[in-house]
Design a protein around this ligand. Structure first.
Ligand code: 4AD
Ligand code: MG
Length: 461
């Protein structure tokens, strides 16, 4: 019977005497004179399985004895319980076939490799304990997020990946074109984009929010889950050029509802991962972030702090320590500020009501005419994992804000239209999926939670 390591760990006590077949890769191999031990991993489970073989049962004993780390094998054998050893059982092999031999220069040896080395071998690093853990948690987290929203009757929409608008108004977009960039068609001195594929200039999306807003005005509660692209030249541990974002949008809702949703989501998805990735989190807790489990447990049971940007700056101004960037009521928070606040509260903290000129055009103007109904959720290390706001639902105010911020209102007439036909107070946020994963796994660099990361000057694999 074809078996997986995961199924075996669940059922080994009922498997004695049955012949099973396993397929997997050699993680470790300890050959002796007349027998040997192979740690086999088949990808279905964090743990490996110990396969014991001996000369008397294998005709190809000499070949198997030379099996290198990384080789793929087919193993036939039976389960033997080993109650006095750390592993509860092992496989007594009766037949082993090499499916694919691994060459001598296989880079992933059973020892500690640096993260940098593993990034250079991103096509092989998923075969290490660390990346097995991180990428299984990544997969589980995807499911947890869909489940969270689907359980609450949110409609999922696939927002477009190619767009003609700059949703964040930050101008950090990758252009998409089929024009010959060495010799583009011109009208006068400028490139004639009417000849381009879409008949206009297009780019990869920086956010699916604007389209989600359109859907929220039909379905009330909606969310996107997709890749977004930013051509920021930020060389930090938390910025990637291609990252995934989840963007819920809720109608008939304000900033407080938005924060309530974000808080509930963060707690529930962490709880889901804790329940379904016990082995992986235990490993990460031991080798990546000491105290990770305790941190996650406390987040699930905490109430997130909520402070205004003004209050945040007050905390920073009265802090004992000096900052490289002086905190200011008029300015964005720097990474060092976020770090300080996260530490100060020792829990995730929402910072709300930001100065309007440092935030996007679509955020709802507060009555003070100076701040907008925005919120960022800040956590230790990963920094800002969520950015959101209540949206400006008043046609005239939105139009004025677009003009103030030099956003082309002709291009976004469809977006303004939503305020003409049954507008509602509504709000939403963007969860940075990869940063959330950093927070849950304790992994300090975004390059190590993305399967094949893209960052400035790096598009390998
Ligand atoms: O704060 P941001 O730019 O907000 C938006 O894009 C809004 N349209 C969201 C909304 O209200 N629907 O991005 C949202 C989140 C950030 O909080 C951060 O976690 C993540 O996306 N993020 C990045 N993650 C990795 N690499 C980057 N370069 C990122 N830029 C933003
Ligand atoms: Mg932001």
């Amino acid at each position: 019977m074809k078996m997986t390591v995961k199924r075996l760990y669940g059922t080994y006590d009922t498997q004695s005497d049955r012949k099973i077949t396993l397929f997997g890769w050699v993680r470790n191999h300890r050959p002796q004179k007349a027998f040997g031990f192979i740690d086999l991993n088949d990808g279905t489970y964090f743990e490996t399985i110990q396969v014991v073989y001996d000369k008397s049962h294998l005709d190809n004993f000499e070949e198997i004895r030379k099996t290198r780390i990384g080789s793929s094998l087919r193993v036939e054998g039976s389960v033997e319980r080993t109650p006095d050893r750390p592993q509860p059982f092992e496989i007594k092999a009766r037949n082993i076939q090499v499916v694919g031999d691994s060459q001598e220069d296989y880079p992933i040896q059973p020892k500690r490799h640096s993260r940098e080395f593993l990034r250079e071998h991103a096509h092989l690093r998923s075969r290490t304990n660390l990346f097995t853990a991180v990428f299984r948690v990544r997969s589980l987290l995807t499911h947890a997020i869909h489940k969270f929203f689907q359980d609450r009757d949110f409609i999922h929409l696939a927002s477009p990946i190619i767009t003609a608008s700059d949703a964040e108004g930050a101008g950090e977009m990758f252009q998409v074109t089929t024009l010959d960039v060495d010799n583009p068609p011109k009208s006068g001195k400028t490139v004639d984009y009417s000849k381009d594929f879409f008949g206009r200039k297009a780019n990869l999306t920086v956010s699916g929010q604007l389209q989600a807003e359109a859907f929220a005005q039909a379905f009330k509660d909606v969310y996107t889950f997709g890749p977004t692209f930013r051509a920021e030249k930020s060389h930090t541990a938390t910025h990637a050029s291609e990252f995934w974002m989840i963007e819920p949008e809720i109608a008939f809702a304000d900033l407080r509802d938005d924060m309530d949703l974000a808080e509930e989501m963060v707690k529930e998805i962490i709880g889901y991962v804790m329940k379904h990735a016990e082995k992986e989190l235990a490993f990460l807790n031991k080798f990546v972030e000491k105290g990770l489990l305790e941190k996650l447990e406390s987040v699930v049971n905490s109430t997130f702090a909520r402070i205004t940007h003004r209050e945040a700056v007050e905390i920073l101004k009265t802090a004992e320590r000096k900052f490289e960037n002086a905190p200011s009521y008029e300015k964005d928070l720097a990474t060092e500020h976020e770090k300080h606040l996260a530490k100060h509260f020792d829990a995730p903290v929402f910072v709300t009501d930001w100065p309007k000129h440092i935030k996007a055009f679509y955020m709802r103007l507060n009555d003070d005419q100076n701040t907008v109904a925005a919120m960022d959720l800040i956590v230790p290390q990963a920094g800002e994992i969520i950015g959101g706001s209540q949206r400006e639902e008043r046609y005239d105010v939105l139009l004025r804000r677009m003009e103030e911020m030099n956003v082309d209102s002709d291009e976004l007439q469809w977006y303004l239209d939503l305020r003409k036909y049954g507008t509602t107070p509504h709000a939403g946020f963007g969860l940075g999926f990869d940063r959330m994963l950093m927070y849950i796994t304790g992994v300090a660099n975004i390059r190590d939670v993305i399967p094949f990361p893209r960052t400035p000057k790096n598009c390998e694999f």
